[in-house]
Design a protein. Structure first.
Length: 100
């Protein structure tokens, strides 16, 4: 019985750590999706959530390289830059990452 309790406590610690790391990333993804859908991506790019999302994308092993490059190019755009992806494409990528 003690071994089972210790195992559950260890699994809970792993889960708690995962949730603590994932919550800011999920919040940033939600904010990005909302901003892009409303056509307010330029304002979003200047927020802390955009920085959190960039850091997540840069370090995540679960995101395909082509998607990562596309999203990081979008998140790195500055006002007046030539890079202007279709908002539907960006929204689709963000939603896919969120669902995974």
């Amino acid at each position: 019985m003690g071994e089972a309790t210790a195992l559950r406590e260890k699994e809970k610690a792993v889960y708690d750590k995962y949730m603590a790391e994932s919550s800011p990333n999920l919040a940033a993804l939600n904010k990005a999706i909302t901003a892009v859908e409303k056509g307010m991506s330029a304002g979003f790019l200047q927020t802390r959530s955009a920085s959190v999302l960039k850091a997540f994308l840069s370090s995540s092993k679960d995101v395909m390289d082509t998607d990562r490059q596309e999203l990081l190019a979008f998140l790195s755009a500055k006002e007046g830059d030539e890079y202007a992806p279709q908002s539907g494409e960006i929204t689709g990528l963000l939603k896919t990452i969120k669902d995974e």
